[in-house]
Design a protein. Structure first.
Length: 313
């Protein structure tokens, strides 16, 4: 039998945080989880976007357990503020979906000096996860799902110039950040197992899904050529609903195991299935190196000691 959203069990009593909940895959994921009875915390770049999303979800769903948090992942201090707010308002967290992302913008450096895709897609999600680890650890059978991309298979970690100070290629840096997502998800899984914590960590990717991701990139770069290419490729894209299924499967199926990755058929389109992890993410040495470097960058700005203490080295 093909897995579908009907296969998702009731999520009543579960608390979920979805980043990038106002658009594309995050919106679809939030809608389905609200409909299944979960309390969903909508993590959005601004409160206005989160409020708008709550209105949409209240109109389109049967249930209404929705909380909001302002979560601008381009700023590590905002991430710290958001996690403090979540910890204040919630006693437990069953599921964290690290979904938000930005793709191939012109070179942009954030307040703390980080390349935008590195910080939004990878570093802030790592900081968010580690800061929320005590809450996840207080909840039985909790999960973290980190959303990657097929770009992981093309990605390399640019060890010598991770922030693109000397050379910037927007697609190479998108691929780097999406490879980093998978490396983080897998290394977190290993560390959680070693620490005997009852938390699963998985990654998921949507294949090609029609969302705002492509248009946002076209507008930011003013590239009519890419705009035209996306129009021509449109028939190959699946809906944002279909694109959200791998992360929903990873988040809710009882058959998954920590460290696995789910994506559509042939990493392209269709219903979710287990898919291979990019070969470059399989080196434990490289994952540990990325982890240490990322942890240091986070610690230079905000503390992650509480989450870190729970993980054995
Ligand atoms: N669509 C695809 O074909 C595809 C393929 C592979 C991977 N993915 C991955 O899927 C995930 C979801 O993307 P999507 O396709 O649903 O695109 P989307 O419709 O553009 O949604 C992206 C979400 O991320 C949020 N975001 C971007 N920058 C942010 C920031 N600084 N702080 C907080 N939130 C921020 C956006 O908020 P705003 O609305 O405020 O910008 C939006 O809610 C991403 O991680 C992406 O890399 C998508």
């Amino acid at each position: 039998m093909v897995w579908s959203i009907d296969s998702i069990p009731s999520q009543e009593g579960r608390t979920v945080l979805v980043t990038g909940a106002n658009s594309g895959l995050g919106l679809e994921t939030s809608k389905i989880l609200v409909n299944k009875g979960a309390t969903v915390i909508l993590g959005c770049r601004t409160l206005a976007k989160a409020e708008r999303t709550r209105k949409i979800l209240r109109n389109e769903t049967d249930c209404g357990n929705i909380d909001l948090v302002e979560l601008n992942l381009a700023d590590l201090f905002q991430v710290e503020k958001a996690t403090d707010q979540i910890k204040l308002n919630h006693q437990k967290l069953d599921l964290l979906i690290n979904n938000a992302g930005v793709m191939a913008p012109p070179q942009t450096v954030n307040k703390q000096g980080f390349e935008l895709q590195f910080v939004v897609n990878h570093l802030s999600h790592m900081a968010l996860t580690l800061n929320l680890l005590p809450l996840l650890a207080n909840t039985s059978a909790s999960r973290v799902v980190t959303v990657s991309s097929g770009a992981q298979y093309m990605g390399k970690i640019l060890w010598e110039d991770m922030q693109g100070k000397n050379y910037y290629d927007r697609w190479a840096f998108y691929s780097q950040s999406k490879l980093a997502n998978v490396m983080f998800a897998l290394e977190l899984s290993e560390k959680l197992k070693r620490s005997n914590l009852d938390i699963l960590s998985l990654s998921a990717h949507p294949g090609l899904a029609r969302t705002n991701l492509q248009q946002t990139s076209v507008i930011a770069n003013g590239s009519w050529q890419e705009g035209l290419a996306y129009k021509l490729m449109d028939p190959f894209f699946q809906s944002s609903f279909m694109g959200s299924l791998p992360q929903l499967f990873a988040a809710t199926s009882s058959s998954v195991k920590s460290g696995e990755q789910y994506g559509p058929r042939f990493n392209f389109r269709g219903y979710p299935r287990r898919c291979r992890i990019a070969p470059l993410a399989l080196s434990q040495k490289n994952r540990e190196q990325l982890w240490q470097m990322s942890e240091k960058l986070i610690e230079d700005f905000i503390g992650i000691t509480k989450g870190k203490e729970l993980l054995s080295e």
